[in-house]
Design a binder for this molecule. Structure first.
Ligand SMILES: [Zn+2]
Length: 257
């Protein structure tokens, strides 16, 4: 599905005044954002700032999914968290934090990681998915839901001081499983510095805002890699695999680079 524009109130026009104009959104784009629903899973180091930016930008409905309780090592990067929330469930507290940022946005919290069926059901209620979990298993699950329902997927990943951002559009680009045909090994407690998490999460939100508001040129079918440790940034086009078990059966209409 694609968003339906919803008229803005005078208060909303005032709220979003700095992001409506030349080089940013137009009023119609802001109305499209208001008519949009975004799913973000999970909402830790990357998904937290992504959810924050989408909420502040005025995406009409923000659905966050994240299970478990907040623990001390989360606090080096999870910007929606606070020390007061330690040893308590993340999702309801993070949702409250988001609601406090923008009364014009509806925030829904899910306090678990969706399984295959739940991911598809959630995707059917959304216009876009931002996949920010640490595990390939979850990222590939969200990719399957994106392809099945036919909505864009933004995949964010991090390790150490590096991160990647990839933007997929079913029926037009490769999918995440084309990039990772075999699930790579996963390291549970990998190193990560909060600055890279927030950078990649914010870029994921920016791509989502562009797509939902029909603004600018999204990174369709591309992966941006930011190796902050060595100071390298690059963008590569992702190739589709005809034998991809996820999207191989989908007829592809290429997007102009
Ligand atoms: Zn694929």
């Amino acid at each position: 599905m694609s968003p339906t524009p919803i008229p803005l109130t005078a208060d909303e026009m005032e709220r979003y005044a700095r992001q409506i104009g030349p080089g940013v959104l137009n009023v119609h784009g802001q109305q499209l954002l208001k008519g949009s629903t975004a799913l973000i899973t999970r909402v830790g180091g990357m998904g937290g700032p992504a959810a924050q930016m989408l909420t502040m930008a005025g995406v009409g409905r923000v659905i966050i999914a994240h299970g478990g309780d907040l623990i001390s090592p989360d606090l080096n990067r999870q910007v929606l968290a606070s020390e007061a929330g330690l040893d308590r469930p993340r999702a309801p507290a993070f949702a409250e934090r988001l609601r406090s940022l923008n009364r014009f946005v509806e925030v829904e919290a899910i306090d678990y990681e969706p399984d295959d069926e739940q991911a598809i059901e959630l995707a059917r209620r959304c216009d876009i998915i931002l996949a920010c979990p640490p595990t390939f298993e979850e990222r590939l699950r969200l990719n399957r839901a994106s392809v099945r329902v036919g909505i864009p997927l933004i995949d964010a990943a991090q390790w150490g001081m590096s991160g990647t951002l990839a933007v997929f559009r079913p029926g037009h680009t490769a999918c995440l499983q084309c990039v990772y045909p075999d699930t790579p090994p996963f390291e549970e407690l990998f190193p990560v510095v909060g600055g890279i998490s927030s950078a990649i999460g914010s870029l994921a939100a920016l791509e989502a805002i562009k797509i939902l508001s029909a603004t600018g040129k999204p990174l369709w079918g591309k992966m941006l890699t930011y190796d902050a440790y060595h100071g390298h940034v690059r963008t590569v086009k992702l190739s589709r695999r005809d034998d991809c078990p996820c999207c191989g059966a989908t007829k592809i209409q290429e997007i102009d680079p």
